[in-house]
Design a protein. Structure first.
Length: 66
């Protein structure tokens, strides 16, 4: 996989390292990025499930009223 070098504020990286419980700045930032991506995929899956449920409701015939 290709590598990218990014400059970040040292305080920001240290805070991420502490929160992630990781001793390496590289590993800490990588964990945060992977978590962000996974969270996005989970959100997409929930949204798709909700939209599918709404479609099923729209497709069902309505009961006659009155």
């Amino acid at each position: 996989m290709a590598k990218v070098t990014v400059s970040l504020d040292a305080e920001l990286v240290v805070e991420v390292m502490v929160l992630a419980g990781v001793g390496s700045p590289q590993d800490a930032v990588e964990l945060v990025v992977r978590d962000y991506i996974e969270r996005g995929h989970r959100t997409e899956a929930r949204t798709a499930t909700r939209e599918e449920a709404l479609r099923e409701v729209d497709v069902k015939p309505r009961d006659p009223e009155g």
